[in-house]
Design a binder for this molecule. Structure first.
Ligand SMILES: [Mg+2]
Length: 242
């Protein structure tokens, strides 16, 4: 399939880097921080208990569901308070968690592919998570980063895709959204009027996923961002000058 692409919006977690190892690192960093600075909270809140608290947060504070930063800070404050620790430590505990959460390991093809894509069209990051591209060292490849936290609603809401298109100064049909999640990325972007690319990476067992929704297919499907960059090269012979 061939069609013009004037800009690309990109999901981050599980599209540019795998999120699971970063979350494991972040939880481990938080364990270490609590053990050192708030030992009563460390004893009271092992990982399994923190996961239960997150379910409580989803139930008691549903308005925080699109804001991973606020949700995590709410959790940490509650953990410290219930353990009889100083809640003024919340910010430092969050910083320890967040630094490790941003310590991501990119998929092997990601950075070279992003460089190729960014040489052709403006890129914008569109994420429900709270990863910081500045901290991660990729911001120079992106025109901007728009998160569910800043926007006030998460993908698959059409409003976040349209807000990104507005900021790019383009109509939704001129923009390609790229992401791994069939519902949040592909269906959400399609319903907002964008072109869609499903990143369907090979898992540890060497398998890709089946597309399950019959009524709608992504415009493009690739197992890597490198394959998307190849497609863009073949479809856009001249880089857009900026
Ligand atoms: Mg994702």
């Amino acid at each position: 399939m061939s069609f013009p692409v004037h800009a690309i919006t990109l999901d981050l977690d599980d599209t540019i880097w795998p999120i699971a190892p970063a979350i494991v690192r972040a939880e481990t960093a938080l364990d270490a921080w609590l053990a050192e600075h708030a030992p009563r909270a460390a004893a009271m809140w092992p990982l399994a208990e923190r996961q239960r608290l997150r379910e409580v947060a989803n139930t008691e504070r549903p308005r925080l569901a699109h804001d991973m930063t606020a949700q995590r800070q709410w959790m940490l404050e509650r953990m410290l308070a219930l353990a009889g620790e100083d809640v003024a430590l919340t910010g430092s505990a969050y910083d320890a968690y967040f630094a490790a959460r941003c310590d991501v390991e990119h998929y092997a093809d990601s950075v070279p592919a992003l460089e190729r894509l960014a040489a052709r069209v403006p890129l914008a990051a569109l994420s429900n998570g709270n990863a910081c591209l500045q901290t991660i060292g990729l911001m120079h490849l992106f025109a901007f980063q728009l998160g569910a936290r800043e926007h006030g609603a998460a993908k698959p809401a059409a409003s976040i895709f349209r807000a990104a298109c507005d900021r790019l100064g383009l109509a939704p049909a001129q923009v390609l959204h790229v992401g791994d999640d069939p519902h949040m990325d592909v269906i959400g972007a399609h319903e907002a009027g964008l072109r869609t690319c499903w990143v369907n990476r090979v898992d540890d067992a060497g398998k890709t996923r089946d597309w399950e929704r019959r009524s709608l297919r992504p415009d493009l499907e690739f197992p890597t961002l490198a394959a998307l960059a190849d497609w863009l090269d073949a479809n856009h012979l001249e880089p857009i000058s900026r």
